[in-house]
Design a protein around this ligand. Sequence first.
Ligand code: ADP
Ligand code: ADP
Length: 222
Amino acid sequence: MLRLRDIEKVYQTKTIETVALNSVNLTVNRGEFVSIMGPSGCGKSTLLSLMGLLDEPTSGVIEVDGRAVTSYSDKELAGLRNLKIGFVFQSYHLINDLSVVDNVELPLLYRQGMGGGERRQRALAALDKVGLSARTGHFPGQLSGGQRQRVAIARALAGGPEIILADEPTGNLDSVMGEEIMDLLLALNREQGVTIVMVTHDMQQALKTQRVIRFFDGSQVS
Ligand code: ADP
Ligand code: ADP
């Protein structure tokens, strides 16, 4: 569903040029759960932002469903991002003065033709999937880290994405909560068929996924 061909990403500031990714070739198939490992600074976050169509490579081609991203119009691209891709971040990125259910509804606000009733219904269904039906009216500050990450996962799920891109989703959690989140992602992959690409530093977690891709210094090493 997602293919990167000969991807290079160079960050250029006034004085420094950083090659963040170099000759990356990578395919993610529908239904896979892939983990990405590697030391800090090796390009993992850059890779996820390219996969999420949030940024463009310096050279190389990204294909979604067999079609180069450059051949999509801006409107189509916005649609791809909004409809197909869900993001989960290490630090949750929730809005503290919105309730849990309002946070989960946020990405649905951009859906054309979706009314408030349907938004609410979808958000509640997503919260049910992550086991947070009893917390929909709470605010993020009233939840544990693990629960906040569940809200973030519900937000990613609410739009019915085909792929979830997760950047160290358990990085801020203790091992018990981290394992809970990992089990939730594994269940979403197995039971709902959501494709997942996850950056992690945790080898135990990575070994539970179907494929581990290791990066070093901007290149894939295995
Ligand atoms: P990782 O997620 O593996 O820690 P990153 O993808 O964040 O790695 O970064 C890869 C390299 O690119 C690092 O050297 C980092 O400093 C650099 N980099 C990342 N983002 C930017 C940016 N916006 N501008 C300049 N350099 C960047
Ligand atoms: P990612 O999930 O890609 O790591 P984050 O948004 O979680 O992205 O974090 C990006 C960087 O900012 C990380 O190095 C993280 O430690 C730092 N960071 C995130 N949230 C905070 C915060 N509230 N205060 C200070 N640093 C933060």
